[in-house]
Design a protein around this ligand. Structure first.
Ligand code: AMP
Ligand code: MG
Length: 422
């Protein structure tokens, strides 16, 4: 895949300063943001097929919207100058102006013409009165003046003028953006090449596919389907690198494949510093590893490494911790690498529907959802093995690094899954 040129990073780009023990979340985010770079390759695609893509260049209007002045309502058009206060009675010119059927004559001053929504204003018309405000016998139209000049009309280019910026570089296109591009005659856009994200699970206890049999000491791979689906939801191309046992040769082969087929690799499991933490051991021996002990719960050390120049996120094996680390760290990082800039999560402040006291020194993320009373409930257990809580939740409550006692009704920061791109 010769077009896959990953952004070049310094070998020590993820290094933490000497002596740093527990890294606060915000500092880890700032370092990650500094270390990563967007992919640079771009391609031209049809605007209609560009949903989810990131603009690599400003999109500029090729024509004005609307292209010509037109009527905003169904009614009667006339020259404002010939009207005044009190009841106005204007003779009707023959014919009508409709959308797609322009009137090719001129309307004399003091006359009116039947006009429909979206019709270009005929020569001699600058103002429209709503049909509901008129009486007519087919020869004369009568209405109460005065009417405001240019009432019920749209100016040419009042939405966007030809040559104006339609959407900026770095914008990720959504359905409404496709409407705007089409309206402005922008048939093609320059977009950033799609970011490819490899996902690898590791662990001797893991069975890769839920259709396979599992012995009592084995568990199914919960992280890989989750991380692949997160990648897809984030608009990047998921690359399934499968599951491998805790065998350095197998992990290495998977990373080699990942570096060839993806721009960034997410692994889960084996990322701590213990005997069975083969991912971090391998990255330390053959890549460039920086283990970050992030002051957050859940989330054990997050391993960040370069493998053949490709960034590797060594996520915790625990699915709850893997999800939270992916949401907090991987999502904004992938957005940056995909050319859309660092993505802050959407946070809303809501009253708590729970009681909790936390110590200072680490940030905490609780599986949460908004109850019928508009308060935020948290999952009954904070156990990090409780995957059902992730599925029960509709978002996360983020409690600050400082100590905090939450009582019912206190404001808390809620990060809806939808704001995390889910
Ligand atoms: P590790 O980070 O390898 O020490 O794993 C921490 C915990 O997460 C252990 O209980 C693992 O069995 C579990 N775990 C690791 N990978 C996965 C996975 N892909 N799916 C579900 N659980 C996992
Ligand atoms: Mg393990």
């Amino acid at each position: 895949m010769s077009e896959l040129i990953p952004p070049r990073l310094r070998d020590d780009c993820f290094a933490m300063p000497q002596g740093v023990e527990w890294v606060p979340v915000d500092e880890a985010l700032a370092r990650l943001r500094d270390a990563l770079a967007p992919v640079t390759q771009t391609e031209r695609v049809a605007s209609a097929a560009a949903s989810g893509r990131v603009l690599a260049a400003d999109a500029v209007a090729r024509r004005s919207n609307p292209p010509r002045p037109n009527s905003a309502v169904d009614g009667y058009g006339f020259a404002h100058e010939a009207t005044g206060a009190g009841v106005q009675r204007l003779p009707l010119a023959a014919g009508r102006a409709a959308a797609g059927q322009p009137y090719d004559g001129a309307v004399p001053a003091g006359h009116a013409i039947r006009i429909l929504t979206g019709a270009i204003l005929p020569e001699g018309v600058d103002t429209v009165v709503l049909e509901e405000d008129c009486a007519t016998d087919g020869r004369i139209v009568a209405f109460d003046g005065p009417v405001k000049p240019r009432a019920n009309t749209r100016k040419a280019g009042e939405d966007v003028a030809e040559g104006a910026l339609a959407l900026p570089k770095g914008h990720r296109l959504r359905a409404p953006d496709l409407a705007l591009l089409a309206a402005l005659g922008i048939a093609e856009v320059e977009v950033v090449r799609r970011l490819r994200v490899g996902v690898l699970s590791t662990g001797d206890e893991i069975v890769g596919e839920p259709a396979e049999p599992a012995l009592p000491h084995q568990i199914y791979d919960a992280n890989r389907p989750m991380l692949l689906a997160l990648a897809a939801a984030w608009g990047v191309v998921p690359v399934d690198l499968g599951h491998v046992r805790d065998d350095p040769a197998l992990i290495e082969a998977a990373l080699v494949r990942g570096a060839a087929e993806a721009d960034v690799i997410l692994t889960s499991g084996g990322a701590s510093a213990g005997d069975e933490d083969h991912v971090s051991a391998l990255l330390r021996a053959k890549g460039t590893l920086s283990s970050w002990r992030i002051a957050m719960k859940p989330g054990r050390p997050l391993a960040l490494a370069l493998w053949s120049g490709v960034p590797v996120f060594g996520l915790p094996g625990n699915p709850v911790a893997a999800f939270v680390c992916a949401a907090v760290f991987t999502r904004p990082a992938l957005s940056l690498m995909a050319g859309a800039g660092w993505a802050e999560p959407l946070a809303v402040t809501l009253p708590a529907g729970f009681t909790k006291s936390k110590k200072a020194g680490r940030r905490e993320y609780l599986r949460a959802r908004i109850g019928a009373d508009g308060r935020v409930e948290v999952f009954a257990s904070e156990g990090s093995g409780r995957i059902s809580g992730l599925a029960w939740a509709t978002g996360l409550v983020e409690l600050p690094d400082e100590a905090m006692n939450v009582a019912p009704g206190d404001p808390v920061r809620f990060l809806p899954y939808s704001g995390l791109g889910l």
